[in-house]
Design a protein around this ligand. Structure first.
Ligand SMILES: Nc1ncnc2c1ncn2[C@@H]1O[C@H](COP(=O)(O)OP(=O)(O)OP(=O)(O)O)[C@@H](O)[C@H]1O
Length: 124
């Protein structure tokens, strides 16, 4: 029983750290705020266009992917700034590639959003 309680406490703390990270991301990182705004906008649009369940799932999946990519990109930036505050070609590449992950997820999610909206407005 003691082990279960201590395990549960550990898991709860891990959730706390994750929420702290999410808060840090959304409060200190401007691009994340833009992605969050896009997410809220897409939620409103999905509701206004009366999206069926599968479209809601697609929107949530894409939004989660972009925000997760943004979080990983920010984590890479923090680690690079920690281990290589001075100029280093590899440090630059690490940041650029991490930013590329955000670009990929955002571009493909944007295309999916356009297709979903296009289908809802002109597809019937
Ligand atoms: N230590 C470094 N060594 C070499 N190049 C770096 C280094 N730090 C940053 N860079 C280059 O500068 C670019 C911008 O880095 P920066 O840390 O300002 O991120 P950012 O793109 O402004 O991030 P964001 O706007 O998402 O916070 C990087 O993508 C990289 O090309």
């Amino acid at each position: 029983m003691k082990r279960l309680i201590s395990y549960s406490r550990g898991r709860l703390s891990a959730f706390g750290y994750a929420f702290r990270g999410a808060y840090d991301l959304l409060s200190n990182h401007a691009p994340s705020k833009i992605h969050m705004l896009a997410f809220v906008g897409m939620m409103v649009l999905s509701w206004a266009l009366d999206f069926p369940l599968w479209k809601w799932v697609a929107v949530l999946l894409c939004s989660g992917l972009v925000l997760a990519a943004e979080a990983l990109n920010t984590a890479v930036e923090y680690v690079v700034d920690l281990v290589s505050p001075e100029y280093n070609v590899l440090a630059g590449k690490a940041k650029d590639v991490a930013a590329g992950a955000v670009l990929f997820s955002a571009v493909f999610s944007g295309i999916i959003a356009i297709l979903l909206v296009f289908d809802a407005v002109w597809g019937q």
